[in-house]
Structure formats: structure tokens, C-alpha cells
Design a protein around this ligand. Structure first.
Ligand SMILES: [Zn+2]
Length: 107
């Protein structure tokens, strides 16, 4: 299914111009436990609904950016360059991660 994605630099393009980088996950603390590291590497929320994801404009400016997309309909609500907006990096919950998984450094 093809749809449109708006690169923050280049504007609206076909999704085939981009590479999917996966959903945003919270990087574990500097010395994670084995469980925290495995959770970071292998577990994803895989939500049916709105999700914040990494995208790379492979056939354009070659920049990484974030997009909020409804995974059911592929409607992209917004795109932005990380750290350029106050609300740039939401802190999604890691499955199975308890206290100690900080919200800093989402990628
Ligand atoms: Zn671009």
C-alpha cells in the first residue's frame, strides 16, 4: 500500500522514497541489566493505532526524522526533525521495563 509522507526538509513524497526505521523506543540507562538490554533490542509495542516512528529520506535529503503514523490506516499525522520541537520525543513505555528506563536518549 502506497501512501504519502512529508519530509520536514523536502516536503510531500511517496513513501517509497523513504526507509522505515522502526518505532521509537527508549534507550536504556548507561549500564543496563541484561533484561533491559534484551527488551530494548527485541521487544516492540507494535501498536494498532498512532505510533511515533523513525524514517529516513533515502531518495532525498538522507535525513532521519520522526513521524506520527496511524498503523491501521497509514495516515501520517505529523513529521518533524527530532529535538527541534519541545514535544519532539515522547517517552513511550517499554514493555516489561520498570523503573530505571529513563526517557532520555530515545535513539
Ligand atoms: Zn528529505
Amino acid at each position: 500500500m502506497s501512501y504519502l509522507l512529508t519530509c520536514p526538509h523536502c516536503g510531500v513524497r511517496e513513501v517509497t522514497d523513504f526507509s522505515f526505521g522502526g518505532e521509537v523506543v527508549v534507550r536504556p540507562k548507561s549500564t543496563p541489566t541484561e533484561r533491559e538490554l534484551n527488551t530494548y533490542n527485541y521487544f516492540r509495542a507494535n501498536v494498532a493505532g498512532d505510533q511515533v516512528e523513525w524514517w529516513w529520506h533515502r531518495s532525498g535529503c538522507r535525513a532521519w526524522f520522526l513521524a506520527e503514523r496511524d498503523t491501521r490506516s497509514n495516515v501520517v499525522h505529523r513529521t518533524w526533525i527530532p529535538d527541534t520541537e519541545a514535544h519532539a520525543s515522547p517517552a513511550p513505555e517499554l514493555p516489561g521495563a520498570g523503573a530505571g528506563a529513563g526517557a532520555e536518549g530515545t535513539r
